[in-house]
Ligand binder design. Structure first.
Ligand code: 7RM
Length: 634
């Protein structure tokens, strides 16, 4: 049953709780299965073991592509808007996208990729990125997309963890007025990646590229060697679809694993429900524009899989919001007559800071629905977005979810359920949130806050972390036995609406990018002369959170500015430029308990500029260090 009113929502929600299997079977029945499932769900949150649509056989690309060919062959599937506004945009119809995916599937096969093999994809935001992803899915290979902003060292870690056999990349990437040499970074990474046998290189920027004989091949040359026919591999519902690395509270990112059946059902269902995606008059299909990078989960679920499984038209934008100027998003919306815009608070705040000159004279009348994702949206940004972009007539869906959840869990349903600025509001059907206190006791009633958990699985929940199931159990299912723990703090107000208040663990959210404090500390500690460091987040007007690093060095009197520069370069080399601290303070000691634990609470307060009320510091080994840090705050 499609939800078309608040009443429908309440009914669907009720059914999803009293009869989850019946509810999800009804949703799953709208997809194309080679063989229907035997059992809808088997689960426990102790091992954990979570299986949806057991015994079901399918291929997600038959659902994203083949099944649309009968009725939508000539409908745009993907609209590509290049970084440079003077370069023509490209429209790939379902027919063309299908053909290109099949063709590249054959390239992968020709290069030895088989069902179950892992393929690393490190590419700019171009149609070939979506094509490479879908080609993997078509032949049953597991893709691991690595965001183009990560360093060689980060790529290598991810490739080695998943033992990838092949890498798909491009010579370079355009980003605003910059040109970034992607293949050169891959070459550096591959010095320490013995599992990689082949590299396929797309031509995008014509950046000078060295090609290794026997290992590297050009995308364009490979296409000439294959046909455009490629039958889809039959996959089990619980076969792995992809792995995507995400940061947690330890130094090493985890490979979150999603599987074919549940991921498909959940991304497509939430896409259609939250954005009320449906053909309009005379079958006109709305244009959906998600501004995320495909290197993150938002791009996987709401640029590629969700929209395509739903037969939508999805915009893929290569550039950045501020190039050639801060009106670029509005130009793209105007040019492609975008109906639904899904973007991040950090982008809104950044564009807000450039003033309204970049919005006026842009035709935004096609917009019907606005979305927000990635971090809490503050009141000011919410209203600016609502008034100046939505002209007061478009609902804003503030969608809360995570890499681990595959798709949206808590969000308004556009036009149907109530909005409340800064609130993600209500759980979608099939989602059962619960707030718990530190001891794991449920906090019932309204007007309460606690740690956000989920007490029942939904089809998109992660199944494991690649190669380390115990880590999955520890991270998500052990803190509160019987519950999935999100790592987020949350308020449930008097009316029962949910507001996500931010992470309660050591994970930062910098411009919507998830970064672990331990990762940044490890990178800083690599630097010669650094003895110890502690990294915390602090409120940042545009990024949401900024990165504040307290660092102890062995020669505190040498040129501190030079040292800072070198440390930033080290972080960029170890992780990527997105993890560079915004502020560095050299200190002679860190506030530690007698057992040697760093008291981050104190460091966070100081970084926030809150120095008067630090709470109890009597348990500190050396309370004097706090005075020194307070005095030296940057
Ligand atoms: C989709 C995505 C997940 C973390 C999550 C939250 C934060 C995401 C919202 C939000 C407040 C939102 N996946 N977060 N959406 N906080 N309101 N609407 O971002 O894995 O990269 O990050 O992001 O802390 O746990 S993610």
């Amino acid at each position: 049953m499609k939800i078309r009113s608040f009443d429908d929502y309440q009914q669907a929600y009720q059914q999803s709780v009293t009869d989850p299997e019946g509810f999800w079977a009804g949703v799953a029945d709208t997809f194309l299965w080679r063989k229907r499932w035997d059992n809808v769900l088997e689960w426990n949150f102790t091992e954990p073991s979570i299986k949806w649509f057991l015994g079901g056989k399918l291929n997600i690309t038959e659902n994203c592509l083949d099944r649309h060919l009968a009725t939508k062959a000539d409908q745009p599937a993907l609209i590509f808007e290049p970084n440079d506004p003077t370069e023509p945009s490209q429209t790939l119809t379902y027919k063309v996208l299908h053909e290109r995916v099949c063709q590249f599937s054959n390239v992968l096969k020709r290069n030895g990729v088989q069902k179950g093999d892992r393929v690393c994809i490190y590419m700019p935001m171009v149609p070939e990125l979506a094509i490479a992803i879908l080609a993997c899915a078509r032949i049953g290979a597991v893709h691991s997309v690595v965001f183009g902003g990560f360093s060689a060292h980060s790529i290598a870690d991810r490739i080695n963890d998943a033992q990838c056999k092949l890498v798909v990349t491009s010579d370079g990437a355009f980003r605003g007025n910059k040109e970034i040499a992607l293949k050169a970074t891959v070459d550096d990474a591959l010095l320490t990646c013995p599992s990689v046998e082949k590299v396929i290189v797309l031509t995008r920027t014509r950046t000078p590229t060295s090609m290794i004989k026997g290992r590297d091949a050009w995308w364009e040359d490979e296409l000439k060697l294959v046909t455009t026919d490629c039958p889809a591999e039959e996959m089990d519902a619980e076969d792995m679809l992809f792995v995507l690395y995400t940061s947690g509270s330890t130094g090493k990112p985890k490979g979150v694993v999603h599987t074919c059946g549940g991921y498909m059902v959940y991304t497509s269902y939430t896409f259609e429900t939250v954005f009320q995606y449906q053909p309009g008059e005379e079958g006109r299909v709305p244009i959906f524009f998600c501004t995320a990078d495909i290197g993150w989960i938002t791009g996987h679920s709401y640029i590629v899989y969700g929209p395509l499984a739903s037969g939508a038209t999805t915009v893929l934008f290569e550039g950045i919001p501020t190039y050639p100027d801060a009106g670029r998003f509005w130009d793209v919306i105007d040019k492609h007559q975008v109906n639904i815009l899904y973007t991040a608070p950090t982008a809104i705040r950044s564009l807000m800071s450039f003033g309204l000159d970049f919005v006026k004279n842009k035709d935004l009348s096609s917009l019907q629905i606005l979305g927000s994702v990635g971090e809490p949206i503050n009141e000011e940004a919410w209203h600016w977005y609502h008034e100046n972009i939505g002209k007061g007539r478009c609902p804003i869906v503030d969608t809360w979810w995570q890499t681990e959840t595959a798709g949206i869990l808590i969000s308004p349903i556009a036009g149907l359920t109530p909005l409340k600025p800064t609130y993600a509001t209500l759980p979608l059907p099939g989602v059962q949130p619960i707030l718990v206190d530190e001891a794991g006791k449920e906090i019932e009633g309204n007007g309460v806050s606690g740690n956000l958990c989920l007490k029942f699985p939904w089809p998109g929940i992660l199944r494991t972390t690649y190669g380390d199931h115990e880590r999955c159990r520890q991270t998500y299912f052990a803190t509160y036995p019987g519950l999935y723990f999100t790592g987020d703090g949350c308020l449930r107000d008097e009316d029962g609406y949910y507001r996500i208040t931010g992470r309660v663990d050591d994970v930062l959210n910098v411009s919507g990018h998830r970064i672990g404090t331990a990762e940044v500390e490890n990178a800083i500690n690599m630097h010669l002369g650094v003895i110890e460091s502690a990294v915390v987040g602090y409120p940042h007007d545009i990024k949401g959170q900024g990165i504040y690093a307290y660092i102890i060095t062995d020669h505190p009197h040498q040129n501190p500015e030079l040292m800072k520069k070198d440390i930033l370069a080290t972080v960029a080399r170890m992780i990527g430029p997105i993890a560079k601290p915004d502020k560095i303070q050299f200190v002679s000691g860190l506030p530690k308990t007698r057992s040697g634990k760093i008291m981050r609470r104190i460091l966070r307060k100081i970084a926030e500029g809150e120095t008067s009320n630090l709470g109890d510091i009597t348990t500190l080994l050396d309370p004097a260090v706090v005075e020194e840090i307070k005095a030296g705050v940057v």
